[in-house]
Design a protein around this ligand. Structure first.
Ligand SMILES: [Zn+2]
Length: 153
């Protein structure tokens, strides 16, 4: 069976009938042009990422080719609206547009979703980890959609 090298030249992916579907992946929009949010979902705005059909790795924003296995059977998927906050830190160094202190955290999106990093709002100082959170998507910031995490209540 013929194999092709995909990404980095170190991994191969057998694909179907010896092809990897790379030509198909190259016809998909690059990461910078892919939809990152679904603002019209009936359940409210949510993040849209991609999931690999070969190894089930999910990422946000979505990609045309899986970064983990090099597979090209990658599909856009809406991500869960909930996650588990794994770690956080309070930031005391100001940045334009953000009052200090603010909290940044890393979450694991539910339903096998990706690890994400972002702002956390409304977290109690003594929160126990992992802490269930909601992923809030809003267009109110003025610079396009933004997301952050809030403790699930
Ligand atoms: Zn994969």
């Amino acid at each position: 069976m013929a194999r092709r090298r995909v990404g980095g030249g170190q991994r191969t992916h057998p694909g179907e009938a010896g092809t990897v579907g790379l030509e198909q992946a190259l016809t998909r929009p690059p990461t910078g042009e892919r939809a990152r949010f679904d603002l019209g979902d009936s359940g409210g705005p949510r993040l849209v990422g991609s999931r690999c059909g070969d190894c089930a790795t999910a990422v946000w924003p979505g990609r045309a080719v899986c970064h983990r296995c090099g597979g090209c059977d990658v599909r856009d998927v809406p991500l869960a609206r909930t996650a588990a906050l794994l770690t956080f830190t309070e930031v005391h160094v100001p940045r334009p547009g953000l009052e200090v202190p603010y909290t940044l955290g890393q979450v694991r999106v539910d339903d096998g979703g990706p690890l994400l990093f972002g702002r956390v709002r409304g977290l109690a100082a003594d929160a126990e980890l992992p802490c269930p959170v909601r992923i809030v998507v809003s267009e109110d910031g003025g610079d396009g959609p933004a997301y952050w995490f809030e403790p699930a209540r």
